[in-house]
Design a protein around this ligand. Structure first.
Ligand code: GRG
Length: 345
């Protein structure tokens, strides 16, 4: 994946120029993730390492390390590394589950775990990773465990609320709710921004920053997470499978209305061709709906929303006052905010 690697390289270069390097910490996160998911059962190890080995940007561990470096800790600080492993394992666990929920066949350019094995294996592997993350949290103390427990609850609630707002709510036996912009923002806050905010919070907490700085970095992470998911929802419309490693149109197939769709329907009305197409999404309808959406002005407005959240994230950083030795970490966080809104993978 060229763009994610470019992000790491650019950060590393900028850091190295100013005497701070993220890479040694990220390498430790990689090593410890693999050792943490080892099991006495070889098949459990294999299924758990499947997504670890498939790549991914390691965006959340980067945020833990950078937030911690802002407090003066080295990227290799054992507690920061451990927190980086925790947030990435929880993230991976949601991906195992999410691909079952969305019936998404491809992840990180490879068959999703439920396709390679089965729903049962994918769900239990996700649970196993969650258990490993919980054990690591326990070693870091009650506050870290509490933060992660609340974050996992948010992830589940966001996902359930998404189902409740989807066209498939009744099939799930779920009470339906109106899928409007307010609903959408609540969903993406819970299912994505919560974990990204907690990544920053853990970094701030574990590097001994002031209560004010901990809140500021959490706020930064929340805004960044909103931007990140807004961009992810645009990617589900514009991306090609080869570059994103995922099949576009998953949200449409699941009857989930993301911001570009909500905006396009507000503009065109419920009697529009787009509304008809997404009402009964067979493959032909999804292709046509994607084509209509790609050319729709709603895409630009949704992109602006992603950029606005990134701007708000960076504005939060202005409240922090690191000494010169740690200014690079601040640059890194600002860089990731800019990256999130316009990312291509
Ligand atoms: C707690 C196990 C568990 C489940 C909770 C399934 C679920 C309920 C929540 C899913 C939340 C979810 C998948 C949100 C989308 C988050 C997102 C933007 C994923 C893509 O992240 P990237 O781009 O992926 O960082 P890589 O592959 O780079 O790691």
């Amino acid at each position: 994946m060229s763009i994610p690697q470019a992000v790491i390289d650019d950060l590393a270069r900028k850091g190295a120029e100013r005497g701070v390097d993220l890479r040694p910490g990220l390498e430790l996160v990689e090593d410890q993730m693999r050792s943490q998911v080892a099991s006495e059962l070889p098949f459990v190890t294999e299924a758990s390492r499947y997504l670890v080995d498939a790549g991914g940007k390691r965006f959340r561990p980067m945020l833990v390390l950078l937030s911690g470096m802002l407090g003066g800790a080295p990227a290799t600080d054992p507690d920061l590394v451990s927190a980086g492993v925790i947030v990435e394992l929880v993230h991976l666990s949601t991906l195992y589950h999410d691909d079952v929920i969305d019936a998404a066949d491809v992840r990180r350019g490879a068959p999703a775990a439920h396709v390679k094995w089965s729903n049962t294996v994918a769900i239990l592997t996700g649970d196993f990773l969650l258990a490993r993350a919980s054990e690591l949290s326990a070693a870091l103390g009650v506050e870290v465990t509490r933060i992660m427990a609340r974050t996992i609850a948010d992830l589940c609630q966001g996902q359930i609320l998404e189902v409740q707002g989807s066209a498939a709510a009744a099939e799930h036996g779920a009470v339906g709710v109106t899928a409007d912009r307010e609903h959408y923002l609540t969903v993406i806050g819970q299912k994505t921004a919560s974990l990204i905010a907690s990544s920053c919070r853990l970094g701030a907490l574990l590097s001994g920053q002031t209560p004010g700085a901990i809140e500021t970095l959490t706020d930064f992470g929340w805004r960044l997470g909103m931007s990140f998911q807004l961009a992810d929802d645009l990617l589900d419309i514009v991306s090609e499978e080869e570059s994103s490693g995922k099949l576009p149109g998953t949200d449409l197939r699941e009857g989930v209305r993301t911001l570009p769709v909500l905006l396009a329907l507000e503009a065109d009305g419920e009697a529009s061709e787009l509304a008809q197409l997404i009402a009964g999404p067979d493959e032909g309808n999804v292709d046509r709906a994607l084509k209509l959406l790609r050319a729709h002005p709603a895409m630009g407005i949704a992109r602006d929303s992603a950029r606005l959240e990134a701007v708000k994230a960076k504005a939060a950083l202005a409240e922090l006052d690191p000494d010169a030795a740690h200014a690079t970490a601040l640059d890194g966080l600002a860089y990731l905010a800019d990256y999130a809104a316009d990312r291509a993978g």
